[in-house]
Design a protein around this ligand. Structure first.
Ligand code: LRH
Ligand code: MN
Length: 388
């Protein structure tokens, strides 16, 4: 049997980073449904993120996206976050919303445009210096739509050149996290389409370049936990962008579409020592709450990660290893299924009570009146959103 206290000690130090953009309006190309009370500024996004940490105790940092979260004084934003009990986390660059980047950003055939994109990446490192952030997350929308549109190889050379320049610019304690994505917005090639491409570039770049696994960025049927196990073994798993999907990059609440997959992924994190005190992995959410209320959506997401983590920690490794060694396939599979079938909500409620938190975060948030207050206060101004 697994010791519940040991499970709780790991859960008690779990840190899930929230995406600032999840608090703004978002949607699809068909419609962005605006919601009342949505933040108008990065300060209001940070205030909303702090609510999630207030009720879960497990979301102490918020990732920023530049320029969506650009401010005149990043030190003031960092101080504001601190006053609200959280910190600023990963800095996300954005070289996917400028007309100049139609044919690519750092991979664009035009050196002037490549320079412009690289300058933005350097600007994001300046922001990291101001916020004290450790990680620069790079996702490139770069790719092509038609065979022959550009040289696949030349684009890889251009990408590598830019990544090396960024690594040169990073400070001693800073890291580059390279995210991959199979398709969208490009539909023939993406220049970083899969984990292998990101892994190869990160190997070339050195120890401070690590792979980001966005759980919505794979072909249907991809065994993501295999990728996680492989990257952990290679010491190259830097971060997760957690979300879930039924079809494409749906960016739905993590665990909503496939809680069993999330459990399998977090089980590989466990056996890969990814829950160690000094884990190099950044556990982030990357989601859009297109129709559901934003803060409750983030609360539910953090709770889904906590529940899947608890189940993964409940797998009896001794029984599992013995069954694996004995070639007892059903007993080995059973060890995982028994843990997965365990209702871990009472254990998490108990942990929250021990942490001085309300055992039911969603209900506690509802009772707080924060939702009604922000709707009443946030009148006028431009609601935050990323235009998609
Ligand atoms: C790209 C992505 C990336 C972010 C964006 C908000 O699909 O996953 O991580 O920059 O979403
Ligand atoms: Mn992502």
């Amino acid at each position: 049997m697994v010791d519940p206290a040991a499970v709780k000690s790991v859960l008690a130090r779990q840190r899930i980073e929230l995406p600032s953009w999840a608090f703004g309006n978002s949607g699809t190309r068909f419609k962005v449904f605006a919601q009342p009370g949505v933040p108008r500024t990065p300060f209001e996004k940070v205030a909303d993120a702090a609510q999630v940490h207030r009720f879960t105790g497990a979301a102490p940092t918020v990732a920023l996206h530049i320029p969506w979260d650009a401010v005149d004084d990043y030190a003031a934003l960092a101080a504001f976050a601190k006053d609200h009990g959280i910190e600023l986390g990963t800095i996300n660059a954005n070289v996917f919303q400028d007309d100049d980047y139609k044919l690519g950003s750092v991979t664009n055939p035009d050196p002037r445009i490549r320079r412009k994109a690289l300058d933005h990446l350097f600007e994001c490192v300046d922001v990291m210096d101001a916020t004290g952030s450790r990680d620069l997350k790079l996702w490139f929308s770069d790719g092509t739509n038609y065979p022959g549109q550009d040289s696949i190889r030349a684009r890889q050379d251009r990408l590598a050149e830019a990544l090396h320049a960024v690594c040169e610019r990073l400070g001693e304690h800073q890291r580059l996290i390279l995210e991959y994505k199979l398709f969208e917005p490009a539909f023939y090639t993406m220049d970083v389409p899969d984990w292998g491409t990101s892994f190869a570039h990160c190997l070339e770049l050195g120890p401070r370049a690590l792979v980001c696994v966005d759980t919505g960025h794979h072909a249907p049927g991809t065994n993501i936990e295999f990728i996680v196990a492989f990257l952990l073994r290679a010491g190259k798993l830097g971060a997760f962008d957690f979300n879930s999907r039924f079809y494409a990059d749906d960016d739905l609440i993590v665990g909503a579409a496939d809680p069993f997959q999330l459990f399998r992924i977090l089980f590989e994190v466990r056996v890969g020592d990814g829950f160690a005190v000094d884990t190099p992995i950044s556990f982030m959410l990357d989601q859009c709450h297109n129709i559901e209320p934003k803060i409750p959506g983030q609360l539910r997401s953090v709770m889904n990660v906590q529940e899947a983590t608890a189940k993964a920690l409940l797998v009896d490794l001794d029984a599992l290893t013995a069954a694996q060694q004995a070639g007892d396939v059903l007993a080995a599979n059973g060890a995982l299924m028994d843990a997965y079938a365990t209702d871990v909500r009472p254990l998490l409620a108990e942990l929250r009570s021990e942490q001085g938190l309300d055992p039911e975060p969603m209900a506690a948030y509802d009772r707080s009146g924060y939702a009604a207050r922000i709707v009443a206060e946030r009148v006028g101004g431009q609601a935050a959103g990323w235009g998609a």
